[in-house]
Design a protein around this ligand. Structure first.
Ligand code: ADE
Length: 226
């Protein structure tokens, strides 16, 4: 898979080298390139933003540098992702869809966002997803891109050492994951549940399912509504 990230803070993505994503790049499963939006500006100040039409607080990212940069990156099969608190909420389902793609292009907005015509323009030719991490506001798309990339790349076959570990985790079956324990058997007066020590696989499966259900009911009842 090929990934291009456009940002005004390229060094933000230095962290990719030390995370799981660095491993993916090293194993050639993914080829990530970072692009500085300011490289596509023509004025001496390399300005990427301007005041909003209609008034209001903050600045809006100008469409021209985005047009130049994205024209140079997008291919026929590219998916353009634009992180925004006004987008559809990112999910494990979306991560699965993205993991099956061949080219992802991320456009990191800052300030009050990117001039809306950029999304409108590329929607005419490409799949464009305005994507939100959740109902809160970040300063820009960079943190969202790191989260989306990590959730997506670990679903690419070959990325996670033991693919079975992907099957039983939270959100894969529409439930939250059951609690996990390791040695020692007793810690600060808290014991590992007896059923996990017995080797009765059916009893363990049943116990884990019940804990998953219980956890989901408590923390995320909305997941059980579907
Ligand atoms: N940019 C600012 N807030 C965001 C959010 N909640 N999700 C994705 N991108 C954002």
């Amino acid at each position: 898979m090929k990934v291009d990230i456009v940002t005004i803070f390229p060094t933000f993505f230095d962290v990719l080298d030390v995370s799981l994503l660095g491993k993916a790049a090293a194993t050639k499963l993914v080829d990530v390139a970072i692009h500085d939006l300011r490289d596509a500006t023509t004025d001496v100040h390399k300005s990427v933003d301007d005041t909003p039409y209609g008034g209001g607080a903050g600045m809006v990212m100008k469409p021209e540098p985005w047009g130049v940069t994205l024209d140079g990156l997008l291919e026929d099969d590219s998916i353009l992702l634009v992180p925004s608190p006004a987008g559809v909420v990112f999910s494990q389902d979306m991560a699965r869809e993205l993991a099956a793609g061949s080219h992802l292009v991320f456009a990191c907005g800052r300030y009050e966002g990117i001039d809306s015509r950029v999304v409108e323009h590329y929607q005419q030719t490409h799949r464009v997803i305005e994507v939100s991490l959740g109902d809160y506001v970040l300063n820009g798309g960079e943190v969202a891109v790191l989260a989306i990339l990590e959730a997506t790349l670990r679903l690419i076959p070959g990325f996670v050492g033991n693919p079975e570990s992907l099957v039983e985790e939270s959100h894969e079956a529409g439930l939250l994951e059951y609690p996990s324990y390791t040695k020692p058997r007793s810690w600060r007066g808290l014991d590992v549940p007896e059923v996990l020590l017995g080797g009765n696989h059916e009893a363990i499966r049943q116990w884990r399912y019940e804990r998953s259900l219980e956890r989901t009911k408590r923390a995320r009842p909305d997941l059980l509504e579907d």
